[in-house]
Design a protein around this ligand. Structure first.
Ligand code: HEC
Length: 236
C-alpha cells in the first residue's frame, strides 16, 4: 500500500486539534495580524511591554505564565502547567475561563476556528521574529501608539500638564499650550505609568477626550509625585 506522506502528516497534525472539538484549520499569520487587533487593548508583541496582559512576544512554545517581568499572573494560570502550542492555544482562545478556571484574562474567546488558527499562526511567527507587519493602534492618539500602548513622552503640548491645582471639588488643569480647564474632581482620574512609555518624572500628561466628561486622566511617573504636584490653591 502506498501512503501519501503529506496526507498522513496532515491527519496526524489535525488529530490533536480534532480531539479538542475544533475543526482542523490551517492558520495564516497575515490574517492573524488582523485578528490580533482584538488582543491589542491588553497585549503587545514587543518584548517586555506589558499592559493589562503580558507581552506575547515569546508566548508560543513557552510554559504559561512565564513572561519575564509580568507581575499580575493569576495563580490559576501559574499553576496550569500548560505549554503554549497550537493545540493548547486553540483551547485557550476558544474559552480561556473554561481551560483555566480563575484566569485573569477577561476575554470571552474567539468562536471562529479559522480566526483562532490565524492568530495562533501570527503568535508563532512573532515568537520566531518573523511577524508580518504589526497592526497599527488606532484611536485618537494613533500617532503615539507603540505596540498598542501610548508613548506619553511624545505627548503634544495640549497633553503636557504644567500646573494642577485643587480647590473645593474642582481641579484646575493648565497645559503647555496655554489652556486652563476646570474639571469636577470626580471626573478626573489620576494614574501612574512607570514603564519606559510613561511620562518623565515631574512631567505628567493629560489624556482623554478633552478634560470634560469622565474619561480624562492625568498620568504621573510614580505615586509619590502626585500630591506634591497638586497645588492647593483656594482663593474663594
Ligand atoms: C481584556 C484584556 C485581554 C484581552 C482582550 C486579551 N487578553 Fe490575553 N491575557 C490577558 C491577561 C490579564 C492575561 C493573564 C491571565 C492570567 O494570568 O490568568 C492574558 C494571558 C494571555 C496568554 C498567556 C500568556 C502567558 O504568558 O502565559 C495568551 C497566550 C493570551 N493572553 C493571548 C491572547 C490573545 C491571542 C488575545 C486576542 C485574541 C487575547 N489574549 C486577548 C488579558 C487579555
Amino acid at each position: 500500500m502506498i501512503l501519501d506522506r503529506d496526507l498522513v502528516r496532515a491527519v496526524v497534525l489535525c488529530a490533536g486539534v480534532l480531539v479538542s472539538g475544533a475543526v482542523c484549520a490551517e492558520g495564516d499569520a497575515t490574517r492573524g495580524a488582523q485578528v490580533f487587533r482584538a488582543c491589542t487593548p491588553c497585549h503587545s508583541t514587543v518584548p517586555g511591554r506589558h499592559m493589562t496582559g503580558p507581552s506575547l512576544a515569546h508566548a508560543w512554545g513557552r510554559k504559561a505564565a512565564t513572561a519575564p517581568g509580568f507581575t499580575r499572573y493569576s495563580d490559576a494560570l501559574r499553576e496550569s502547567h500548560l505549554t503554549w502550542d497550537d493545540a493548547t492555544l486553540d483551547r485557550w482562545l476558544t474559552d480561556p475561563a473554561k481551560l483555566v478556571p480563575g484566569t485573569a484574562m477577561a476575554f470571552p474567546g474567539l468562536k471562529d476556528a479559522q480566526a483562532r488558527a490565524d492568530v495562533i499562526a501570527y503568535l508563532h511567527a512573532v515568537s520566531e521574529g518573523k511577524a508580518p507587519a504589526a497592526p497599527k493602534g488606532g484611536g485618537m492618539m494613533g500617532g503615539m501608539m507603540g505596540g498598542g500602548k501610548i508613548d506619553l513622552r511624545k505627548a503634544p503640548p495640549a497633553g503636557q500638564v504644567t500646573r494642577l491645582t485643587h480647590c473645593k471639588d474642582t481641579y484646575t488643569v493648565t497645559t503647555a499650550d496655554g489652556r486652563v480647564e476646570k474639571v469636577w474632581e470626580f471626573n478626573l482620574r489620576l494614574k501612574t505609568d512607570s514603564s519606559d512609555l510613561g511620562p518623565r518624572e515631574g512631567h505628567p500628561v493629560a489624556i482623554g477626550a478633552g478634560m470634560q466628561g469622565d474619561r480624562a486622566s492625568i498620568v504621573f511617573a510614580k505615586p509619590a509625585e502626585i500630591s506634591p504636584f497638586i497645588g492647593a490653591e483656594c482663593r474663594r
